[in-house]
Ligand binder design. Structure first.
Ligand code: SF4
Length: 277
């Protein structure tokens, strides 16, 4: 596999996409559908540092208790455990957090729930407001308030590469396009934009692969509890649902740095107010 050749093929695809960001902010809201942003642990730490250095106030309401290995993600008021999307998508009405979707979502991940109703999940995502907008989007200006340290997923929107679709023999990678008003708006994407995008896309695909491998290792090391506690006969979705009715969800989160236990009041899944003051 030649990295130079792969990068050249990615660059070519991005250039011919005619992409030019229109600063519409749609990708940071739910306007075009699911806008969950997966976060890798080093991205969480960069954002935390940026918020501290810029003296940004964030309201911290999630209590995180690392269990097997400390993973230093204990003040993540802008993150929630990775979980299926929970915003309603009724036609002609604005998206809103819909707690009734919780049972449907629990059913989707039923093999990740223990008999105690603890949900095992694999990483983190950015917190959103009640209408599904990322907590870091300034609604007045459509500007990302953590722009210099925004996650790779945001930097590479509207493109992504699936590592498993990369063909090492052909030295090329298939670049997939997501819905975006900025596509095909210019005849050729600007050279600097294309170069930066291609570099970020490759950084993302390799980082995500490593993150996945380490997360899997951590799960294999510490996730035995899930196997011990899951059983065909037990209605664990109902147990997790009971926790939810009592006002919280219990998670064990495996990521590439370790494993954490989180007790999350369900209404902490979204932010009532914007996270930044
Ligand atoms: S971090 Fe920034 S770029 Fe990413 S979704 Fe939030 S506001 Fe948008």
């Amino acid at each position: 596999m030649s990295l130079e050749k792969i990068e050249a093929s990615v660059l070519k695809t991005v250039q011919s996409s005619g992409f030019s960001c229109k600063r519409c902010g749609k990708c940071c809201t739910r306007e075009d559908g699911d806008n969950s942003v997966f976060l890798m642990p080093d991205e969480i730490q960069s954002i935390q540092l940026f918020l501290t250095q810029n003296k940004v106030q964030i309201h911290d309401s999630i209590s995180i208790h690392p269990i097997h290995e400390k993973n230093n993600l204990s003040s993540s008021s802008f993150t929630v455990p990775l979980f299926p999307d929970f915003y309603s998508t009724k036609k002609n009405s604005p998206p809103s957090f819909d707690s009734r979707l919780i049972f449907k979502n629990l059913d989707l991940i039923r093999n990740q729930i223990t008999t105690d109703g603890i949900i095992y999940t694999f990483g983190w995502m950015l917190k959103r407001t009640q209408n599904g907008t990322c907590v870091f989007l300034d609604p007045k200006t459509n500007i990302c308030r953590i722009y210099p340290v925004r996650p790779l997923l945001c930097k590479t929107y509207p493109f992504y590469i699936d590592f498993y679709d990369m063909d090492p023999e052909k030295n090329k990678a298939d670049v997939i396009e997501c819905e975006c008003d900025g596509l095909e708006t210019v005849s050729v994407t600007e050279k600097n934009v294309s170069k930066e995008m291609a570099a970020n896309l490759l950084e993302r695909v390799f980082k995500e692969k490593n993150d996945y491998i380490k997360t899997k290792e951590n799960f294999e090391k510490h996730g035995a509890e899930l196997e011990k506690k899951t059983t065909e006969k037990y209605d664990f979705v109902q147990k997790a649902g009971q926790n939810f009715k009592n006002g919280f969800l219990k998670f064990v989160i495996c990521d590439s740095t370790g494993i954490s236990e989180v007790f999350l009041p369900w209404n902490e899944f979204y932010s009532d107010t914007e996270a930044i003051e």
